[in-house]
Design a protein around this ligand. Sequence first.
Ligand code: SAH
Ligand code: SF4
Ligand code: F3S
Length: 444
Amino acid sequence: MTAPLKRLYIKTYGCQMNVYDSERMADVLTPLGYGMTDSPVGADLVVLNTCHIREKATEKVYSELGLIKEMKQEKALTGEAMTVVVAGCVAQAEGAEIMRRQPAVDLVVGPQAYHQLPELIARTHRSRGESLAADFAADEKFDALSPDRNPTGVTAFLTVQEGCDKFCTFCVVPYTRGAEWSRPVDTILAEARSLARQGVREVTLLGQNVNAYTGGLANLVRALARIEGLDRIRYMTSHPRDMDEDLIAAHGDIPELMPFLHLPVQSGSDRILKAMNRAHTAESYLKTLERVRAARPDMALSGDFIVGFPGERDSDFEATLDLVRAVGHASAFSFKYSPRPGTPAAALPGQVAEEVKDERLARLNVLLEVQQKAFNAAQVDRTLPVLIEKPGRHPGQLSGRSPYLQAVHCEGPAGLIGQIVPVRITSAARMSLAGTLSPAQAPA
Ligand code: SAH
Ligand code: SF4
Ligand code: F3S
């Protein structure tokens, strides 16, 4: 193989969907002679795959662009060009405004136009003019991407659904990712088979509302579970509204479907949930979890929370804490409400003071941390099937995942990477477990 001629640097922000998209962008650029590099210094092509979800996420992009601009100028001194591309949700939301704010940017490309990247980059190279692609046509994107990928490990993301029609009043995703759209089953299966052939044992099905998958997510999971070599299936993120009986039942019937559910609730106060346009109540959410646990008693539960939504009173926040206490989380993400331009909630009265948000977030995090530690501690002395993913940080150490998505470290030979082996858990921390291989797996 000849060395790549041109150096490509991609920086990914935001959710797993962006991680998947970044991989696919690298895939379409490889045939043009681009090879990945892990630093923007001296790169020929720099892609920032951006996130717009909270103000901080967007600001990070502009400060990174400031640094990139200097590197671009540095490179220009040697007579070479650096092409700077802004992709992802900030690209979709802000479009050409990005180039006005940071003229070092050559090209702005929205999430549905990645298949056009080679052409767009070529055009940019010809004339540093016309350089905006941000319309919604998810079907074209997936038609144009090859089913073959170059997975780098034994786990992989696989996008099956994009976009959102829920319009939670705080959220930019319906505006940056467009309408709910599901990828046809055959292209998903083709991609999954290609991944399995290349040694991938676990796929995580991605979608902004993955359980709104047309044709039923449970049916898709069933079809994927039949693929030889694919032993673990996960999915995220789900909306409580789309948690149908079929999918719940699938958790009881399909052994390949892992017992971990990320089901964001956002708040425990019905008044706030209504203002968020979430279409579920605290009670209906807890009922859903009851049904899930009836199908799969050991289900690990995860969620997202927002504190300080406009109008949130102490009593509303207490209701969130009550809900958290009732659930018992294996993991969770919590955020301070961030007003996003153009979303309905940004214009609501009763915006909550920053100090109040800080205090609520801290209290919520203490509770979630206690729950996460308790969930992990409950695994001690159990033997769990662990998918060994990679070498650990120390020599002789391996790192893998339990069915509940916990990181597990143990000593063992590198030959076990890609295998699912029984590990006896000996200790637990907040973020990971440690254990020992069953004697059959450990070297003599
Ligand atoms: N589709 C997913 C979530 C995508 S965004 C879902 O419905 O669950 C991921 C998380 O970011 C959300 O669950 C929410 O908790 C948080 N989030 C979204 N918009 C936000 C905002 N304006 N301020 C703070 N957190 C926000
Ligand atoms: Fe955003 Fe709500 Fe859609 Fe999730 S369901 S992406 S939070 S609008
Ligand atoms: Fe961010 Fe877009 Fe994902 S806003 S969270 S990168 S869908």
